[in-house]
Design a protein around this ligand. Structure first.
Ligand SMILES: [Zn+2]
Length: 75
């Protein structure tokens, strides 16, 4: 999912790569003056830090896409 498609109020699901979010934890996107973030155990996890070279979110997925990834991983 590209960062440009993410907006405040969206639900994202974390993968197991976070120390500050539980695997499969659902989080809601918020925004402030610094940009988009999701609440986590470290406070505010800015999505800026979760982007790959082309601007796709890494580690946080919308529910539908997350389900696809999980299914793909198990086959
Ligand atoms: Zn965090």
């Amino acid at each position: 999912m590209h960062i440009s498609q993410v907006k405040p109020g969206d639900t994202l699901i974390a993968d197991d790569g976070f120390s500050c979010l539980d695997p499969d934890q659902r989080v809601t996107v918020h925004s402030d003056d610094c940009g988009l973030f999701v609440p986590c155990r470290c406070g505010q996890h800015y999505l800026d830090g979760q982007l790959n070279a082309v601007g796709d979110l890494v580690g946080l997925y919308p529910p539908v896409e997350f389900k696809t990834i999980q299914t793909g991983a198990s086959t």
